[in-house]
Design a protein around this ligand. Structure first.
Ligand code: PMP
Length: 452
């Protein structure tokens, strides 16, 4: 791409340091400018249309350009553009949303605490757990177990929970006291001749071994996404969550379900917790909570977490935690309207209805000569490309995603996997277009590779 002087691209290069970007490559190549969106589509500054098959960052459930969310924001802006929930203050939108989330919770939950991003929610979960252990007179019970390839965010604590090298390398992370256990990706992590059942048993055994090695009295919580998203869309084998939870219960270890991607319909149920049979003590929510029209996240906590925390706050005088924008009234009003749309239009039902088609088309790509594995559940999936001589691991994915982008479909390269996570408003025809393009891109990529 040639970058024109004074263009948005040029000024972007001049002034902005981007997230998850090779800064030197961006100085050279420039960024893609997305200007507007409508339904499942976004348009760049040349007017080119793309199907946003990643819902932005796994989040725009109701699609782009949803007027009801604009109106909800405007109404709230005019009435009360900002207030906080510190020191005994509150406001209607935060109360309405908290009540709604408790009613929606798939397991009994006691209270809602608002934050602004998935990272902040998970960071806060960890602080709540430390605070709770102190409240219970168990100051040694502070260690947290996460998983290799789990993604939980990028603040210092949540990046430590994340089990991916790019979030640790050169940042001096993870923090002490955070451990990563086996990733439930059968194809990659199973030993030779290990059945799926035996692999699940070994995942649970690895967890138990880690707990015993560290001392069960020192381990406070386990965090996991029902389906791993940013680690490459890794759907755990049958029985995995049951086996893991049996170990957690044995050693009195809390479960945090990171529902930041799964929450609000992605897996074909309202929560991933339902799809995979989790019994979490804390759930962290964001993304589809507001379809990312506003930054907002939430923690749902059960009695076991709330009661000691409340006692401790009474003892020391306050729960000394919270962000200026926590439970922001405009973000809360938008989230409420977004949840109303998800329910009224039965977008969870739409995900459930279209999932067999989505998964069938995805699975069909697995037999393509350059593919190795298709994974998915609900309306989230990924196709992994076969390793190839002459390409380092992780090199093929971005090249393929760039080719598919040219053809008008936005997927996301995660190493050599190409993830798809379309808006929940998608229809059959649009799913067809995504996969027709995916398939044509695979053929074109194969031809490119073979002629190189
Ligand atoms: N948890 C999960 C499962 C996520 O996918 C993400 C974001 N991709 C986060 C946490 C972090 O959210 P945020 O980027 O809003 O901090």
């Amino acid at each position: 791409m040639t970058v024109q002087p004074n263009s948005v691209e040029a000024r972007d290069q001049a002034y902005q340091l981007h997230s998850y970007t090779n800064a030197r490559a961006l100085e050279r190549d420039g960024a893609l400018v997305i200007e507007r969106g409508e339904g499942v589509h976004v348009y760049d500054n040349n007017g080119k249309q793309y199907i946003e098959a990643m819902s932005g960052l796994w989040s725009v459930a109701v699609g782009f350009g949803e007027k009801r969310l604009v109106e909800a924001a405007t109404r709230q802006m005019s009435k009360l553009p900002y207030y906080h929930t510190f020191t005994g203050r509150t406001h209607g939108p935060s109360v309405d949303l908290a009540e709604k989330l408790i009613q929606m919770a798939p397991v009994p939950m006691s209270k809602v605490h608002f934050t602004n991003s998935g990272s902040e929610a998970n960071d806060t979960a960890l602080k709540m757990i430390w605070y709770r252990s102190n409240a219970l007179g168990k100051p040694e019970k502070k260690k947290i177990i996460s998983r290799i390839k789990g993604y939980h965010g990028v603040t210092i604590a949540s990046a430590s929970l994340t089990g991916l090298p790019n979030n640790h390398r050169s940042f001096d992370l993870p923090l002490a006291g955070i451990f990563h256990t086996t990733c439930p990706h059968y194809r990659v992590f199973a030993q030779e001749n290990e059945t799926e059942e035996a692999f699940v048993a070994r995942c649970a055994q690895d967890l138990e071994d880690l707990i015993l090695r560290e001392g069960p009295e020192t381990v406070a919580a386990f965090i996991g996404e029902p389906v791993m998203g940013a680690g490459g869309v890794i759907v755990p084998p049958a029985g995995y969550w049951e086996a893991i939870q049996t170990v957690l219960r044995k050693y009195d270890i809390l479960l945090i379900a990171d529902e930041v991607i799964c929450g609000f319909g992605r897996t074909g149920e309202m929560f991933g917790t339902q799809t995979f049979g989790l019994q979490p003590d804390i759930m962290t929510l964001s993304k589809q909570l507001s379809s990312s029209y506003q930054p907002i996240s939430a923690l749902l906590i059960n009695e076991k977490v709330y009661e000691p925390l409340a006692d401790e706050s009474a003892k020391i005088g306050t729960f000394g935690h919270g962000y200026t924008a926590s439970g922001h009234p405009v973000a809360a009003a938008v989230a409420l309207e977004n949840l109303a749309i998800i329910e009224e239009r039965d977008l969870v039902g739409n995900a459930r209805t279209l999932s067999p088609l989505f998964l069938k088309r995805l699975k069909a790509l697995e037999s393509h000569p350059i593919a190795i594995e298709a994974r998915g559940v609900g309306l989230i999936g990924a196709l992994e490309l076969k390793p190839r001589d002459g390409f380092a691991l992780g090199q093929l994915g971005p090249k393929f995603a760039a080719l598919m982008l040219e053809k008008g479909v936005i997927g996301r390269a995660i190493g050599d996997s190409i993830a798809l996570c379309p808006p929940l408003i998608i229809d059959e025809h649009q799913i067809g277009t995504i996969f027709d393009t995916f398939e044509a891109s695979l053929d074109a990529f194969q031809a490119q590779l073979e002629s190189a």
